[in-house]
Design a binder for this molecule. Structure first.
Ligand SMILES: [Zn+2]
Length: 249
């Protein structure tokens, strides 16, 4: 049976309210800036809430949430953090990918890159690159960025630490998926984490230096003019120093 509080309210919050809270908080814990979080009723507490009001809900990571549940983090401190969210202060929410010490694979829509130091480069500039472990047993390290179809950066990766800009329209982390939208129903990126070896770009719609990359499921399309497109599907790049290189200069 669905749990209800004394006012008959269930835990289910409407999607539009959740997005409003995410956007207002910059897509991460208001105290720590971590991109994995729960929705926390603080004004009033869930047990006293009659409705799911966006202004009364904030974002807390698992650790902060646990502290609230244990009674070691005050509602005053949460309210203060909610008024000045960490992610808005620093400009992003962040978390880490879990890669191991075996060569990693990135499935970029229709093209899979295995053990390639540079996956995709545009005009000699790498969009995604991988460095080997710093010492035996240490992880492989992925760096790079994704952008939306206007060229605005949506998500950056620096040695496996990813950060999603607080200026995105929406960033949603559900299970192993990260979804970034730049408007209602406008998906610019869907990443699926498959630790410890694989990252899957399920959806991408990005522009960089006039080159457009559009990917869905197992097809990657690239255009230099936004009109004619080249498509790749079921393509495997293994041990390539540079997987794909595009030049429009
Ligand atoms: Zn936190």
């Amino acid at each position: 049976m669905t749990y209800r509080n004394k006012h008959g309210l269930t835990r289910t919050i409407r999607d539009a309210v959740k997005r409003e809270v995410r956007k207002r908080c910059g897509f991460g814990c208001v105290r720590c800036g971590l991109a994995f979080f729960d929705y926390e009723h603080f004004d009033p507490d869930f047990k006293d809430a009659k409705e799911h009001r966006a202004e009364g809900i904030t974002l807390l990571c698992m650790q902060c949430n646990q502290k609230r549940a244990r009674g070691t983090l005050s509602v005053e401190t949460v309210a203060a953090a909610n008024a000045a969210p960490k992610c808005l202060e620093q400009g992003f929410a962040s978390e880490s990918f879990d890669f191991g010490s075996d060569p990693m694979q990135v499935a970029f829509a229709g093209v899979t890159f295995t053990n390639c130091p540079t996956l995709i480069e545009v005009n000699g500039f790498p969009l995604l690159s991988v460095r080997g472990p710093e010492e035996p047993g240490a992880p492989y390290r992925l760096s790079g960025f994704f952008a939306d179809d206007t060229g605005d950066i949506t998500l950056k990766i620096e040695d496996n630490v990813w950060s999603a800009g607080a200026d995105n329209w929406d960033v949603e982390c559900e299970g192993p998926l990260i979804t970034i939208r730049n408007g209602p129903r406008l998906i610019s990126l869907v990443l699926r984490q498959e630790p410890p070896k694989r990252l899957v770009v399920e959806r991408i719609d990005m522009a960089f230096e006039g080159i457009r990359l559009r990917g869905k499921d197992d097809v990657l399309e690239v255009s230099f003019d936004g009109k004619s497109w080249c498509a790749w599907t079921g393509c495997n790049m293994v041990d390539c120093f540079v997987g794909m290189s595009f030049n429009n200069r």
